[in-house]
Ligand binder design. Sequence first.
Ligand SMILES: Cc1ncc(C[n+]2csc(CCOP(=O)(O)OP(=O)(O)O)c2C)c(N)n1
Length: 315
Amino acid sequence: MGDKLQRFYRGMRTIRRFEEMAIELYKEGLIGGSYHSYIGQEAVAVGVCSALRNDDYITTTYRGRGQHLAKGADPYKLFAELLGRVDGYCKGKGGPMHITDVQTGILGANGIVGAGVPISVGAALSAQMSGIDRVSVAFFGDGAINQGAVSEALNLAAVWCLPVILVCENNLYSEMTPFHRSVKNKDLVERAAGFCMPGIIVDGNDVEAVFETTSAAVERARRGEGPTMIEAKTYRLQGHMFGDSEMYRSKEEVAAWRGKDPLDRLKRKLLEQGLATESLLAEWDRELTSKLEQAVASARLSPEPGPEAIYADVY
Ligand SMILES: Cc1ncc(C[n+]2csc(CCOP(=O)(O)OP(=O)(O)O)c2C)c(N)n1
């Protein structure tokens, strides 16, 4: 497990640094639209995606760079996409909210709340019909739980016994609304029982727990035993999007969750178990930061798409 924990840490740290650097690019005015940071939720992306194969599928939300990196996406192509450049995953026409890379099984981030869930269920159906033991994971937020399309997709996943894992990242807020104001359930995973599928709650800030829980759900799906819903309890440490004034939550609440930062938690564990030293952690940081800086520098040099690209790849 030692190697694995080290890998988890580097993966989570890469996501954190990527997001910090992306916010700097956003402040420079280089990223169009809004930027929804994934900071604070890194353990979910890394824990879940580490339980997957390269050929498994995922769908994510507008907050999806964490999952993209954890699934093996190239930071250069991600940064180029954020900057709207031709070398980006969607040739600069997707931006931060719509990154797709079929090669790594990323069937799309999505700006429409809940919209990735039926896509993921459809991908699971394709795996089942083709007789390939691939699984599909849908990442969605607590705010997506009341979307009609999500209920329809959960129902079909259960009825057809599809190899899909429904990962609800409950970060407590849907934009500015706390989830308990829009849902009567204490735990969102209670919904799983209504569709006759197992539902498991996991501490979304504990990467090992997320990995173990997902691995069991993945094995079950590969055995042909159908879907599992996982509710990963976590917290977004930044506003809903860059510039959010965060009037809807107290500084004390945010500070309390900062104390549960998934990266700090894993760092403490690595140090306690002798799996890292402060100097090794600093070396990893220098290495991954330098790789990300090179990716940004190259992405800045990639050209913007020309007007002739407007109608290409459009359906
Ligand atoms: C169908 C739909 N309705 C409303 C919106 C506006 N909207 C954008 S983000 C968001 C909050 C979603 O919250 P959640 O699913 O919990 O994800 P989180 O932002 O917390 O990751 C809403 C309501 C949208 N994009 N799509």
